[in-house]
Design a protein around this ligand. Structure first.
Ligand SMILES: *[C@@H]1O[C@H](CO)[C@@H](O)[C@H](O)[C@H]1NC(C)=O
Length: 403
């Protein structure tokens, strides 16, 4: 009650401050004026598209307002470039279609492209109605499976602030960010069942200046995952679980991938996830670098694999068993990570034979395992680095010969 009141007051201030951001009154484009019907049955993609198009074309930008109510929306792409700041103020709840012909082999639901200076907020939700698609997901068995819609896509978006949005039960990833710069996500709430297929929270690639702050992500796959070409990422106060944890990679599945660098994951919590913090690369001959990565002040509650580097990633045997990853991982710090592991190997650093990890730091790790097969252990292969502080399980890193 108190928190929902605080939430309302906060959103009200947000609305007022956004509305007054410029000295003149912002143009508001209410979807109801474009024929939207909040009955949960009528498709509103055209009303949203038309409101967006008018807002985008108006000098100084505009606000698309979706008032409280339930709106069925078929897949829609909202494009720039626009003539000023664009605000998508979602107070209502959007529902994706469940009839297969509306999403068959389509990879998106709500997409924003080529927008600079973008705000999305309002306390509303995007419900992907994924239960209608999950039983037909064959992507674990078939790499040529039909496309499934990602609930919210940002492509080539710069300078965006997205806050107070719920993403529920996506058919595929909840959110995908591609080729974007300076994106801040705050107070996001993402939820899908722990056994729903490929329902990653947020997947991000080829982007710089990404912040994910103060958010809760419970899904059937990765909480946050990062592809190649990521730089300058700050994850703060994120709670993950259920799901597969935070993952850099898989990297190295194709040639000429850009490096991944400058990550901080801090003050975050994992509850009952399959992995905690992880870096994974395919055992394929494509070279790139991963460096300047810090994981610190992280709580693990009953996590199966709390700390993982996996450079032997090779699902469905698509790699040469003699080959090794050519991705150089260096300068990765795991600091102040504590809690419980639900498996014996709490720390598993499995680096490439061809490109051993360099400058790996383990500092102040306490991970308990309560199994009959003895206390938690750490395992290293091809790891150079240092460990210091209190370490339970004892570190597997020998003091480095090099670096
Ligand atoms: C490492 O990454 C952090 C976070 O993005 C950044 O602030 C820092 O400047 C980077 N350090 C170097 C040496 O590039």
């Amino acid at each position: 009650m108190g928190s929902s009141l605080a939430h309302c007051v906060c959103l009200w201030f947000l609305l007022v401050s956004i509305t007054n951001a410029k000295s003149h009154v912002r143009n508001v484009f209410n979807v109801m004026s474009y024929g939207a019907v909040a009955d949960g049955k009528t498709d509103n993609s055209k009303a949203i598209f038309d409101a967006w198009t008018h807002a985008c074309q108006s000098v100084g930008g505009g606000m698309v307002l979706i008032p409280k109510g339930t709106y069925l929306v078929n897949p829609v792409v909202l494009k720039g470039t626009c003539k000023g700041q664009m605000v998508f103020f979602l107070q209502g709840d959007l529902k994706a279609p469940t009839d297969q012909k509306s999403w068959d082999d389509i990879d998106h639901w709500i997409t924003f492209q080529y927008v600079d200076n973008f705000v999305m907020s309002g306390g509303g939700s995007l419900d992907g109605q994924g239960a209608s698609a999950w039983p037909y997901n064959t992507c674990n068995k078939d790499s040529h499976c039909k496309k499934l819609p990602v609930s919210l896509r940002l492509d080539f978006v710069n300078n965006a602030w997205i806050s107070y949005i719920k993403l529920i039960n996506s058919k595929n990833f909840h959110m995908n960010i591609f080729a974007c710069n300076n994106i801040k996500l705050e107070h996001m709430h993402i939820m899908a069942p722990g056994d729903s297929p490929n329902t990653d929270g947020i997947h991000i690639a080829l982007s710089t200046g990404i912040k994910v702050w103060d958010s809760i992500i419970s899904t059937g796959d990765d909480c946050l995952s990062f592809g190649p070409g990521m730089k300058d990422v700050d994850i703060w106060k994120v709670q993950c679980g259920p799901g597969h944890g935070i993952s850099i990679g898989s990297l190295g599945s194709s040639p000429n991938e850009k490096d991944v660098q400058g990550f901080i994951v801090r003050n975050s919590r994992f509850i009952g996830t399959q992995n905690g913090v992880r870096i994974k690369t395919w055992a394929l001959p494509h070279a790139s670098n991963v460096y300047n990565i810090t994981f610190r002040r992280i709580i693990m509650q009953n996590v199966a694999n709390p700390i993982v580097i996996d450079q032997e990633y090779c699902p469905s045997g698509k790699c040469n068993p003699q080959g090794s990853s050519q991705i150089q991982i260096r300068d990765v710090k795991f600091m102040n990570i504590w809690g419980t592991s639900s498996s014996k190997v709490a720390v598993n650093l499995d680096c490439s034979k061809g490109k051993p990890c360099q400058q790996i730091v383990l500092k102040d790790i306490y991970l308990a395992y309560k199994g009959k097969d003895g206390p938690a252990i750490s395992q290293c292969s091809n790891v150079n680095g240092v460990s210091y502080g209190k370490l339970q399980p004892p570190s597997c890193i020998q003091k480095s010969q090099s670096n």
